[in-house]
Design a protein around this ligand. Structure first.
Ligand SMILES: [Fe+2]
Length: 278
């Protein structure tokens, strides 16, 4: 019996603050999430799950997670979250009790959804901006990927395991990417590595696998590829990712679409009732 397609929406880097507070004194991240949630609710076909790939809160505080929960209560889709460098494992575990693999420490989890496995990795390092997968997480990842070798798997983590060319982000990416690469290479069922942290859509290859960064619903890290400015952000068009898995030969295929958040003209038909191009 062939499996059905699976659609995973990914949103990232929400940076929710206490009610009324603006990120960096300028960005209303709560309003940005409200628009993002409305876009997710309206999208058809409905995604099967939403993965929030880190930096759910900003400072972080319990009040920020309470605010986040109120905003996410409007989301009509199931969701899972993984921590980023702006999160607290303890506060997030309390706010979003999910099926985490460990009772304490990193908030790793595996989600089986239709014919697809999602492996969510906690790359956060308490109190630090950079990412690292600790020994227990790497061991768990190896065992988890070995456990059902015939099912395709998507890996999600906050920190990209590759350099983007943005100088101040590249010193705080996944610093032990060299420990992740051999595990990915040993398990061909890994079809995609999906990350966040940089707030902008990016595509690279890592250990022979496509690797993406999801854009944010709020502000983007400025695309400064030559150290022209001090670390800066820019309010660019907000968006999210939709990872579609289609069953097929081998592990099937994964296609990622970037979906802008907002009101846009259309859709309009290309053809009139006579079948001719309008
Ligand atoms: Fe981050």
């Amino acid at each position: 019996m062939p499996s059905k397609p699976v659609r995973i929406a990914q949103i990232s880097d929400l940076h929710i603050k206490s009610p009324g507070a603006l990120a960096y004194g300028r960005v209303d991240t709560a309003e940005a999430l409200e628009r993002c949630v409305a876009a997710l609710n309206e999208f058809r076909p409905r995604p099967d799950l939403v993965v929030i790939s880190g930096d759910l809160a900003d400072t972080p505080t319990a009040e920020e997670y309470e605010h986040l929960k109120r905003l996410l209560a409007q989301l009509e889709l199931p969701f899972v979250g993984i921590p980023g460098n702006h999160d607290s494992r303890e506060l997030m575990r309390a706010a979003l009790p999910q099926a985490y693999a460990f009772a304490s420490g990193p908030l790793n989890q595996k989600v089986e959804i239709g014919g697809l496995d999602l492996v969510l990795l906690d790359s956060s390092v308490p109190g630090k901006p950079h990412g690292d997968l600790d020994a227990a997480t790497l061991q768990w990842l190896e065992a988890t990927l070995a456990s059902s070798a015939d099912r395709p798997a998507l890996l999600f983590l906050h920190h990209p395991p590759f350099k983007t060319g943005i100088w101040h982000m590249d010193r705080q990416n996944l610093l032990n990417a060299a420990d992740l690469a051999p595990i990915v290479r040993r398990h061909p069922r890994v079809q995609l590595i999906a990350t966040g942290h940089v707030h902008r859509a990016t595509l690279a290859m890592f250990a022979g696998v496509p690797a993406t960064i999801c854009p944010a619903p709020n502000h983007a890290v400025d695309l400064d590829l030559e150290h022209l400015r001090e670390p800066s952000f820019k309010v660019e068009p907000p968006a999210f990712h939709l990872h579609n898995w289609f069953p097929g030969e081998g592990f099937g295929s994964v296609v990622t679409h970037q979906i802008p958040i907002g009101e846009f003209d259309g859709p309009h038909p290309f053809f009139g009732p006579d079948g001719k191009l309008l």
